[in-house]
Design a protein around this ligand. Structure first.
Ligand SMILES: Nc1ncnc2c1ncn2[C@@H]1O[C@H](COP(=O)(O)OP(=O)(O)OP(=O)(O)O)[C@@H](O)[C@H]1O
Ligand SMILES: [Mg+2]
Length: 251
């Protein structure tokens, strides 16, 4: 039977939130678009986080400003909270400049000081045309942050600060040296670090699980080293994939 699209006001939509009722009367294609888009739903923990951000935004300027670290598993609504907070404090256009009370950006993968400053400039809509020395770049960034009246800097994907750093590389080098494999595992490179941290979603326990599976594959396959091939052979599934598998079993 062809779908009958009932448009108009004769539908009983009292089961819906008020703001959604007009949309429920729209044709299927438009409703599908709405269903697939992100929308904000408040829940206690998120509202509490937003409230703490509000408190910080109103903090009087002083020499050492407070910080807040928001930690949670993947897919847990952290980025959505940032987006919501940013929407609540939008850019204000003045005659001669834009005021950006809340500036949000993502920590670049494989970050360096230069890439971090560049990410700030991009988030402000002021991408660089020249290359600067770090010291000068820092001046440019600070000057722009001040003139745009930025009161809060929010950095998403902060765990990337571990990617490509000497810290993370030396941890991987220690792992690589601790598995009894007969060939060297060249995993302490920035590219490998970034790949391993992404696949294991950034925690040391997951990283250990991934490397253990790859080392087992290295022995079983005779490859005798952790490399692209044995990492592919590794049976390891990251937290997100495990959750997906678990949810599939439930249905
Ligand atoms: N408050 C919310 N209202 C409605 N949907 C939400 C909300 N929070 C999260 N979601 C849904 O969950 C998805 C994952 O949330 P989000 O991207 O914020 O997670 P995250 O904690 O930033 O994860 P990651 O650590 O992987 O970056 C969102 O794309 C959205 O579909
Ligand atoms: Mg996120």
């Amino acid at each position: 039977m062809p779908e009958v699209v009932v448009e108009g006001t004769d539908l009983d939509l009292s089961h819906l939130h008020e703001s959604v009722r007009p949309i429920a009367a729209l044709p299927a294609a438009e409703r599908l678009g709405y269903v697939r888009a992100d929308r904000w739903i408040g829940y206690p923990a998120a509202n509490e986080a937003l409230q703490r951000l509000e408190t910080l935004l109103a903090w009087p300027a002083k020499q050492r400003m407070p910080n807040l670290l928001l930690v949670g598993p993947t897919n847990n609504g952290k980025s959505m909270i940032i987006e919501k907070f940013r929407r609540d404090h939008p850019v204000v256009s003045h005659a001669d400049h834009e005021e950006i009370p809340v500036l949000a950006l993502q920590m670049p993968s494989n970050p360096s000081v230069t890439r971090f400053y560049t990410a700030i400039l991009t988030a402000m809509g002021a991408p660089l045309r020249k290359t600067y020395q770090i010291a000068h770049l820092e001046q440019v960034v600070l000057q722009l942050l001040r003139s745009a009246g930025v009161r809060m800097l929010i950095i998403d994907e902060l765990h990337n600060v571990f990617g490509g750093t000497a810290d993370a590389c030396s941890l991987l080098a220690s792992f690589a040296a601790a598995f009894p494999l007969r060939r060297p595992s060249l995993i302490a490179t920035p590219e490998m670090t970034s790949y391993l941290l992404t696949r294991s979603e950034g925690t040391i326990g997951e990283l250990a699980g991934l490397l253990t599976d790859a080392a087992s594959a290295a022995i079983e396959s005779g490859e005798e080293s952790i490399n692209q091939r044995t990492l592919q052979l590794a049976s390891y599934a990251g937290p997100t994939e495990r959750r997906r598998l678990f949810e599939r079993e439930l249905t």
